[in-house]
Design a protein around this ligand. Structure first.
Ligand SMILES: [Zn+2]
Length: 255
């Protein structure tokens, strides 16, 4: 059976001779891998049609008994040229593709994840990336996965948390969000202090529909560092992922 789908290039690995194995994220079939035979030959139909971060129209032969499918045709829909030369945007694009690769189930629909990644790559192609954007993209992803961090009320006693009257609150990855001072003191697990100014930014970004809100926010390095720490811990804990690529991209962006 031939399947026609939109697909984002997550990874490509050369194999013997001129072929390569390409890992894709699709809306209806999740993460799939295709063999492209002779991809690097001068007369290959695939030459110039795909590269990392492209969204393509892909036709492949579906074989239910196989893990690796054979690609038949591929046309680039969004080549995203800025991701070939803007190193900050490329670094973030590499991280979000790695995150999607680890989260996406093989051969199972995951339309939310596909659209999250497609929108993220569009935004990075349109304008150079900054580390705050990583936090916003992670907040959006967590929302799609049903893991929205609780930032409005205490995750212990459920009382509303007003940053201006509560001062520094604490963030507990295991409780799924903020804790008021009494709940944090009673909790056996360590929690990360979150100053009121950082909490205000996190709440703003959690509700922001567009990445433009992040690009308009001026963050001090101290504020970014708290958000990166809190969200990194939360992702690792709830998704059970090592996320070495996250540490790498954050280091690159700080250079
Ligand atoms: Zn509480």
């Amino acid at each position: 059976m031939i399947v026609k789908t939109h697909a984002i290039v997550l990874r490509q690995v050369p194999t013997a001779n001129t072929s390569r194995v390409v890992t894709w994220l699709t809306p209806d079939h999740g993460r799939i891998a295709t063999m492209i035979k002779g991809a690097l030959r001068p007369k290959s139909l695939f030459l110039g049609q795909l590269d990392l971060f492209y969204t393509c129209e892909l036709l492949y032969y579906l074989r239910p008994d196989r893990e690796l499918y054979i690609a038949r045709e591929c046309y680039p829909m969004k080549p995203r040229p800025a991701l070939r030369h803007d190193w900050k945007a490329t670094a973030i694009a590499s991280y979000v593709c790695d995150l999607a690769t680890r989260i996406a189930p093989p051969h199972a629909p995951h339309a939310f994840l596909y659209h999250w990644l497609d929108d993220a790559l569009d935004a990075l192609d349109a304008q150079s990336g900054a580390s705050g954007e990583i936090c916003w993209l992670e907040l959006k992803l967590l929302g799609h996965l049903g893991l929205t961090p609780r930032l409005q009320e205490c995750a212990g006693c459920h009382r509303p948390l007003l940053a201006e009257t509560n001062g520094v609150v604490s963030f507990s990855k295991s409780r799924g969000g903020l804790l008021c001072r009494p709940c944090a003191q009673a909790d056996a697990n360590p929690a990360q202090p979150v100053p009121p100014d950082v909490l205000a930014i996190l709440r703003n970004w959690q509700n922001a529909a567009s990445i433009q809100s992040v690009r308009r926010t001026r963050c001090a390095p101290r504020q970014l560092a708290v958000m990166e720490h809190v969200l990194g811990d939360f992702l690792r804990y709830h998704l059970d992922l090592p996320l070495a690529s996250r540490d790498i991209v954050l280091r690159i962006l700080k250079r």
